[in-house]
Design a protein around this ligand. Structure first.
Ligand code: RB5
Length: 151
């Protein structure tokens, strides 16, 4: 799979580790920054990753900030993006199976690199189950349309 990656300064080291993990797993890691500890604003990278998915350049995205929360909030403002801030493997799997999440958000100040690896593996190893979950995802899309989103 083609996975777009983004982080702010708090997440960039873990983001780089995740890029390595993805390549080890045989995925294409598209690193959209940031590249250092220098302070940056997480919404800028949430948008870069979201837009690369919407443009069809990436299949899924992974965003890393301090908590995963700001990244998820920002990415979820982009119509068509379903971003989940996750710190356990059960939720990582459910985010794909139930919510058809297309962006995984991880907090580098919340999880260590071992757990991050398992979270990424769980997320990428799962797929949307459809059925009753499809109805609910469709309802989320209706909310998006009602409040100004277009996709
Ligand atoms: C940066 O200090 C921090 O606020 C950011 O990485 C993130 O945790 C926001 O949600």
């Amino acid at each position: 799979m083609r996975i777009a990656l983004g982080s702010d300064h708090a997440g960039f080291r873990l983001k780089d580790e995740i890029a390595g993990i993805l390549r080890e797993m045989g995925h294409e890691a598209i690193d959209l920054g940031t590249d250092s500890d220098e302070s940056v604003d997480y919404p800028d990278f949430a948008v870069k990753v979201s837009e690369s998915i919407l443009a069809g350049e990436a299949d899924l995205g992974i965003l890393v900030c301090g908590t995963g929360l700001g990244m998820a909030m920002a990415a979820n403002k982009v119509p068509g993006i379903r971003a989940a801030a996750v710190s356990d493997t059960f939720s990582a799997r459910a985010a794909r199976e139930h919510n058809d999440a297309n962006v995984l958000c991880i907090g580098a100040r919340v999880v260590g690199s071992g757990l991050a690896r398992d979270i990424v593996t769980s997320f990428l190893g799962a797929s949307f189950q459809g059925g009753r979950h499809l109805r609910r995802v469709e309802k989320m899309k209706e909310i998006e349309k009602k409040y100004g989103g277009a996709r």
